[in-house]
Write a protein that binds this ligand. Structure first.
Ligand SMILES: NC(=O)c1ccc[n+]([C@@H]2O[C@H](COP(=O)([O-])OP(=O)(O)OC[C@H]3O[C@@H](n4cnc5c(N)ncnc54)[C@H](OP(=O)(O)O)[C@@H]3O)[C@@H](O)[C@H]2O)c1
Length: 219
């Protein structure tokens, strides 16, 4: 059993929490309001979930921290609370929501590399960003199932990726490792691996066939 801290308890964070508890892990949830408003979700999740007052309280004993909040709020995260932690970046860049971020507009970096820069003591792995939140609890299946859904993962730390792979497997998914964080763009918004149910072979094809936004044909 692992302790999973989830920073952000909206669409994606609440779904990851449900998966984690179902898989037998303990969950600690934080939001932007000192934990206010988390009671219904914590009640639903039961004895293996608790709210945290601060992000640091949530991360303190966590084996894995899932960052499930808008990327424009990443700057508010207390870097000291993430030292030595494995951190999953679930974020996507939607300029209409996040505002324009020049280095994402020009594709010189990715959301997860920005998070890694903000949390230098952590090992950031990009994962869980390319699944519609509602599907997280409905499309997983046991290891070895035919056509098991596969999720993509990118990261620079091999040991951290091994832990994340094991976690995602416990959630009901195969995992395809795309390589370093800089390759995380391959499963970002609107590309072939995004918001589509694929098995591992299909996922590999989708990732290999991804084209950067700037190279997409314009009509
Ligand atoms: N929605 C999906 O289907 C989906 C799927 C995959 C990935 N994603 C990505 O996941 C991220 C979150 O999306 P979402 O749809 O889950 O958003 P959401 O429903 O709006 O939830 C955002 C959560 O982040 C929390 N938050 C915001 N700033 C925070 C801070 N400084 N410290 C702690 N918590 C903070 C919010 O807390 P409060 O409630 O207190 O404001 C809220 O719980 C986005 O980058 C999105 O692109 C979404």
């Amino acid at each position: 059993m692992a302790v999973i801290a989830i920073i952000g308890a909206g669409n994606i964070g609440s779904q990851v929490a449900r998966l984690a508890v179902k898989a037998g892990h303990q969950v600690v949830l934080a939001n932007s309001r000192g934990g206010e408003g988390l009671e219904p979700l914590v009640d639903e999740l039961g004895a293996n979930a608790r709210p945290a007052v601060t992000v640091a309280d949530a991360t303190e004993r966590a084996d894995v921290v899932v960052v499930a909040m808008p990327i424009h709020s990443y700057v508010a995260l207390p870097a000291d609370a993430f030292g030595g932690k494995i951190v999953i970046d679930t974020g996507n860049y939607y300029p209409g929501w996040n505002g324009n971020i020049a280095e994402l507009d020009n594709e010189s970096t990715t959301t997860a590399e920005i998070l890694q820069r903000l949390l230098p003591g952590a090992s950031v792995v990009k994962a869980l960003n390319h699944v519609v939140a509602a599907e997280l609890t409905s499309t997983g299946s046991p290891a070895g199932s035919e056509d098991r859904r596969a999720l993509a993962m990118a990261g620079d730390d091999t040991d951290a990726k091994r832990v994340v792979q094991s976690l995602l497997d416990s959630f009901g998914f195969d995992v395809v490792d795309v390589g370093p964080l800089s390759e995380g763009w391959r499963f970002q918004r609107d590309l072939p691996a995004y918001a589509v149910r694929l098995d591992a072979a299909e996922m590999r094809d989708a990732l290999a066939g991804a084209v950067r936004y700037r190279d997409l044909p314009r009509n």
